[in-house]
Design a binder for this molecule. Structure first.
Ligand code: PEP
Ligand code: MN
Length: 256
């Protein structure tokens, strides 16, 4: 059983399961508010939305930056749910003062100076597994944070790179299950980035729920076709609602 974290009223770990949902990236006030309202109605406990994006290509959309954080916090106030958003540089830390959970993206899992800086904060940290990193390396990265005094780390499996090219990444569910034997930190699975396309998100989310993980993070957009980032893998709010219902049923089986 993992430890329980109380994230401003939302418990995760130790049998408490949380759905995290929202767009890849915050695009406008109306976009994030509408998505926040919809995912909350469907049972999400935490709202996600990128403001700073660690994109593979410098030519891709890089996010709204500080303004994106402001709009995310505004949506948080409107709907009353904690938020998670990604940090790409320790220089930006002051902008994250009111953010509930700071995400470290897969591409920054071994940015050790960033991890140490986060270890000197009192924020919850969502640490994503690098696409080519072992579980041992993920846990050592977590120790860069905990070693500085911050033990509020949540781990996230988001797909790894394998020889398979027909999916964006390979969702490593056996590792998600193995992590629960290796650490008492809560473990979350992100099927959206692993799948890379919306049609695969539901089956992977349901499979993840069946492994008994502490949370599932899903990208949701009110207009997926026109999403500025990760458009192909975004679920509509209606699709998310349907997945959330099925996840709840699977959780009943898991809890037994
Ligand atoms: C994200 O959560 O939007 C993201 C960029 O994820 P990852 O770092 O896992 O690619
Ligand atoms: Mn994304």
């Amino acid at each position: 059983m993992s430890r329980v974290f109380d994230i401003n009223g939302v418990k995760i770990g130790g049998g408490n399961f949380v759905l995290i949902a929202g767009p890849c990236t915050v695009e406008s006030e109306a976009q994030i508010r509408e998505i926040a309202e919809r995912v909350k109605e469907s049972g999400a406990g935490i709202l996600r939305g990128g403001a700073y994006k660690g994109r593979t290509s410098p030519h891709d959309y890089q996010g709204m930056g500080e303004e994106g954080i402001r709009l995310l916090l505004q949506a948080r106030k409107t709907v009353g749910m904690p938020v998670v958003t990604e940090i790409v540089s320790a220089d930006h830390l002051p902008q994250f003062d009111d953010v509930d959970i700071i995400q470290v993206g897969a591409r920054n899992m071994q940015n050790f100076e960033l991890l140490k800086a986060l270890g000197r904060t009192d924020k919850f940290i969502l640490l994503k597994r690098g696409m080519s990193n072992t579980l041992r390396e993920l846990l050592l990265s977590a120790e860069y944070i905990t070693g500085e005094g911050n033990d509020k780390v949540i781990l996230c499996e988001r797909g790894i790179r394998t020889f398979e090219t027909s999916t964006r990444f390979t969702l490593d569910l056996s590792s998600a299950a193995a992590l629960r034997e290796m650490t008492d930190l809560p473990v979350v699975v992100d099927p959206s980035h692993a799948a890379g396309r919306a049609s695969l998100v539901e089956p992977m989310a349901l499979a993840a729920a069946a492994t008994g993980v502490d949370g599932i993070m899903i990208e949701v957009h009110n207009d997926p076709a026109n999403a500025l980032c990760d458009s192909a893998q975004a679920l509509t709010p209606d699709q998310f609602d349907s997945v959330a219902r099925k996840i709840r049923k699977i959780r009943e089986v898991v809890i037994g």
